[in-house]
Design a protein around this ligand. Structure first.
Ligand code: NAP
Ligand code: ZN
Length: 349
């Protein structure tokens, strides 16, 4: 089927309107009309080729909410009219031990990204949610629970699951002391989710500019990461720190903040980090870890959790043709706290 969206044509130019083909639905596919698409910092990294693996033209977008408009002959989970959501993956082998455990993001053969990845059958490069339609196998679509605000749900599909997953891995619950570095898209979800799990939450931000917001989002306090005295006073006071900083950075200021056996989990920077001093790790038995998105089963669990607890991202709705300004603002950390594109604003060229 013919569809249309916005694409990056190369690393330096703004995104432009783009018409392309979606595959004809296979027996196990659903066809979605996309209603809302979240804007992740990964979209910006990928559009600018920061990770050196972008294939152009690139249609970004992996926080996708839509309505089923057609189903393949063997689809059992969804029917036309259902509201469904798709995140960062659209396929995996579904046969290995990790897929068997519902951890398709860790598929031994590699998962298939929602954009910029070769389709497992045709080899065609996948295209994401900055578009009018998506064709996806039913196993990689999640159900939007009744009552969850569709216009605010999209960021749960990446920012939400990427922070929910480590909170679950490290058993965050009442009494856990959680730090969140960087109050952006991922960071604000980490705060809301950890608070909803009963944790005591501290935001670590570069300035006091977001202090009021941090408390409103559910944090107990904000620690200014450039305030050496305050950082010193906070030593050994966290069980888990979720690090969402989107660029190469130094962990030395943060590691001493962990208590014994505490973990700093990197979810932000994808690539080289500055070297760090092992002394605080050795002496305090502290850990540095990483975590990629989350599995489909856990994404559904997150959506249900958010519907039950009324946890929703703070979004700024934009039109599709405002995407380039949104990217510029995201680069300056000028977003409170996630842009979502209203796909009704996307018209055929
Ligand atoms: P974002 O909305 O731009 O937020 C990042 C936040 O980090 C900013 O709001 C800012 O918070 C802080 N920050 C920005 N530049 C910084 C710098 N130079 N030094 C220190 N702190 C800085 O981005 P996002 O959408 O949350 O994404 C964050 C990162 O996660 C991206 O690199 C993205 O690619 C990655 N990501 C990873 C996964 C995964 O699977 N692990 C999934 C999705 C995204 P303050 O102003 O409060 O300091
Ligand atoms: Zn993302």
């Amino acid at each position: 089927m013919k569809t249309y969206g916005f694409a990056a044509i190369d690393a330096r130019e703004p995104l432009v309107p783009f018409t392309f083909e979606r595959r004809a639905p296979r027996a196990n596919d659903v066809v979605m009309e996309i209603l809302y698409s979240g804007v992740c910092h990964s979209d910006l990294h990928m559009a600018r080729n920061d990770w050196h693996w972008t294939v152009y033209p690139l249609v970004p977008g992996h926080e996708i909410v839509g309505r089923v408009i057609e189903i393949g002959s063997e689809v059992t989970r969804y029917k036309v009219g259902d509201h469904v959501a798709v995140g960062c993956m659209v396929d995996s082998c579904l046969e290995c031990d990790q897929c068997g455990r519902g951890e398709e993001q860790l598929c031994r053969k590699g998962n298939t990204g929602t954009y910029n990845a070769p389709d497992r059958i045709t080899g065609d490069i996948t295209r994401g949610g900055y578009s009018k339609h998506l064709v996806v196998r039913e196993e990689f679509a999640c159900r939007i629970p009744d009552g969850l605000d569709l216009s605010r749900a999209a960021p749960l599909l990446c920012a939400g699951i990427t922070t929910y997953s480590p909170l679950r891995t490290w058993n965050v619950g009442p009494g856990s002391r959680v730090g969140v570095i960087g109050l952006g898209g991922l960071g604000h979800m980490a705060v809301k989710l950890a608070a909803a799990m009963g944790a005591e939450v501290t935001v670590l931000s570069r300035s006091s500019g977001k202090a009021e917001d941090a408390l409103a989002l559910g944090a107990d306090k904000l620690l200014i990461s450039t305030d050496a005295e305050a950082m010193e006073a906070a030593q050994s006071s966290f069980d888990l720190i979720v690090d969402t900083v989107p660029v190469k950075h130094d962990l030395d200021p943060y590691l001493p903040l962990l208590d014994v056996d505490g973990t700093l989990v990197i979810v932000g920077q994808v690539g080289p980090m500055s070297a760090f001093n092992s002394v605080p790790m050795l002496l305090g038995r502290r850990r540095v870890a990483g975590s990629p998105i989350g599995g489909i089963r856990q994404t559904q669990e997150l959506l249900d959790f958010c519907a039950r607890k009324n946890v929703l991202p703070d979004v700024e709705m934009i039109r599709m043709d405002q995407i380039n300004q949104a990217f510029d603002r995201m680069e300056r950390s000028d977003v409170r706290y996630r842009f979502v594109i209203d796909m009704a604003s996307l018209q055929a060229a």
